[in-house]
Design a protein around this ligand. Structure first.
Ligand code: DAH
Length: 342
């Protein structure tokens, strides 16, 4: 085959090969095969130009340039096509249906216990009380002994408490924090403290081994039971509305003398009696009383000079009443079906 025919053959082969190229990498392979400076087919043919006559040489040179330019043009044209096709494939693969409905973000909300606690704390801090904290794993001393429990008090029986060692237990009431406060602060003391407490209770709709309490303590000179009543009354009116009334009934706690439990008028029937308050018109709320002189003495305060009162109540019960929650355990299970409904 003469050299011009060889050039035409190269051109035809290159164009045919290019027409079939689908991917960018193949384009480079074709370029190297036909136009490559060292091993390309065009270079190989041009190496034979040495044997040509002076007339033939410019003709062949011109034709060789033409072939190079045509193959290069075809390469570029094919490159544009291949790239466009590749881009179209990518777009197709990553296609988004913007008409699909989106996923609505889940809006969080405060747990009902936190809502009640926030309210209670804000009322008492508004009355000038400081928030105090204490450990959930408590010593026998703070939970019982320092609170003037007699040695044989049934609440100290193992049945009622979760002991971790002989001397440590999960606190059974937030009253355990009271002596910690009195050791750390000097009167006048006004504190509100709260948290999780644990008892070995028979679990039923209203009772759980884990629940939450709030306690309050006020110690100073000339503090009386009337101040306790005034404070609790203001608290209930703030929490359940201005028509709410409260009452005390004599009770017993080792750490207060005298002691009283306290109730408030049912916020559903306002005292006339309904299912919520078992037809009594009152809902029992918690315990309270004047801080026992033994406790004051125990922390080095003279009971002749200082007096104080304290109270405590369950938070879960308030949340259950307020939000109509039928089982106490719902408050601890973190079941989203429940939490998104209250
Ligand atoms: N700790 C008591 C209980 O769990 C409630 C209580 C009664 C707390 C009288 C007090 C108080 O601070 O003074 O039943």
């Amino acid at each position: 085959m003469d050299i011009l025919s060889q050039l035409s053959q190269i051109e035809a082969d290159a164009l045919r090969r290019l027409a079939a190229v689908e991917r960018r990498e193949e384009l480079d392979a074709v370029r190297v095969e036909f136009l490559g400076r060292k091993e390309g087919r065009l270079t190989a043919v041009l190496r034979g130009m040495g044997g040509l006559s002076a007339e033939e040489r410019p003709l062949v040179g011109k034709r060789a340039n033409e072939v190079r330019e045509r193959v290069e043009a075809a390469l570029e044209a094919r490159r544009a096509l291949v790239e466009a096709a590749e881009e179209a494939r990518t777009l197709e693969a990553e296609r988004l249906d913007v008409t699909l409905p989106g996923r609505a973000p889940r809006i969080g909300r405060k747990h009902p216990l936190s809502r009640v606690l926030d309210e209670v704390l804000s009322i008492f801090t508004g009355l000038g009380f400081d928030v105090f904290d204490g450990p959930e794993v408590e010593t026998f001393t703070y939970n019982f002994a320092a609170l003037n429990y007699p040695e044989d008090h049934p609440a100290m029986d193992e049945q009622d408490s979760f002991y971790l060692t002989d001397d440590t237990l999960l606190r059974t009431h937030t009253t355990a924090i009271q002596v910690r406060i009195l050791q750390e602060r000097t009167p006048p003391v006004r504190c509100i403290y709260y948290g999780r407490v644990h008892r070995r209770e028979q679990v039923d709709l209203r009772h759980s081994h884990t629940f939450h309490q709030v306690d309050g303590l006020l110690v100073g000179e000339g503090v009386t039971f009337a101040d306790l009543k005034g404070t609790l009354d203001a608290f209930f009116k703030e929490l359940f509305g201005p028509t709410t009334a409260m009452r005390f009934r004599a009770d017993f706690f080792p750490f207060t003398e005298p002691s009283a439990d306290f109730s408030f008028t049912c916020f559903q029937c306002h005292g006339s009696g309904c299912r919520l308050c078992s037809n009594s018109g009152w809902i029992e709320f918690g315990g309270s009383g004047m801080v026992h002189p033994n406790i004051l003495r125990g922390v080095g305060l003279d009971p002749e000079k200082y007096t104080g009162w304290a109270f405590g109540f369950g938070v879960d019960r308030v949340a259950m009443f307020r939000y109509g929650i039928p089982y106490i355990r719902l408050l601890m299970e973190n079941d989203m079906r429940f939490l998104t409904g209250v």
